[in-house]
Ligand binder design. Sequence first.
Ligand code: GRF
Length: 232
Amino acid sequence: MPAAKALRDRPYMSTPLRIAVLASGRGSNFAALLAARERGELPVEFVLVASDKADAPVLQLAQGAGVPTTVLDPREYADRRAYDFALFDRIGASKPDLLVLAGFMRIIDGDALKPWAGRMINIHPSLLPKYRGLHTHRRALKAGDLEHGASVHFVTAELDGGPIIAQTTLPIEAGDDETTLATRLLPLEHQLLTAVVALLAANRLALVEQGIVFDHQPLRKPLRCVDGQLVR
Ligand code: GRF
């Protein structure tokens, strides 16, 4: 078994975890990370926010916080593969330890993301493995689920299919529609993502061939996020 690939070797107090965020839209998850950092709860440094959309509000958010931004327009590249290699080249130049996909609405080429295995996470608004892809709230409602939620997972070539680190759940209530469900879930997503990034910043999570290692023990099922705290 290969050794767990820690995100970094040195203790976090002296070296904040360097994070690049990829996002296509609003950026409320990034805002939650920024706010946690401001409160002194996340020992991280945001080295870049990258987007595929020049008008994504997340870019203004980043600029307002003094975080460098970059935009790559997919229309300027021959195909997805060319785009993704260019994107990750540019991201790599900012030397991040961790890549956080926070509402990045593109499928990524498997070869392009390979060098980032174990160093890239995504937040997805469903209880994976249920409802990979789009329209997760609609699909949970249509299926008559009693419970919905969000997951943070390591990114692999399989869309929304990488090893799941942690999940948050919420009950689906009578009368819920896509909007009410999404609105109630969003603050829970923010807590979930922040809590997982905090674990990574503290070097308590690693991805090895067999799966996720948490505090030196194999993680057999996703951590649960309860009131912002991750529990086994
Ligand atoms: C979130 O629901 C996230 O789970 C999904 O896209 C949405 C992004 O929201 N992947 P925001 O841009 O972070 O506000």
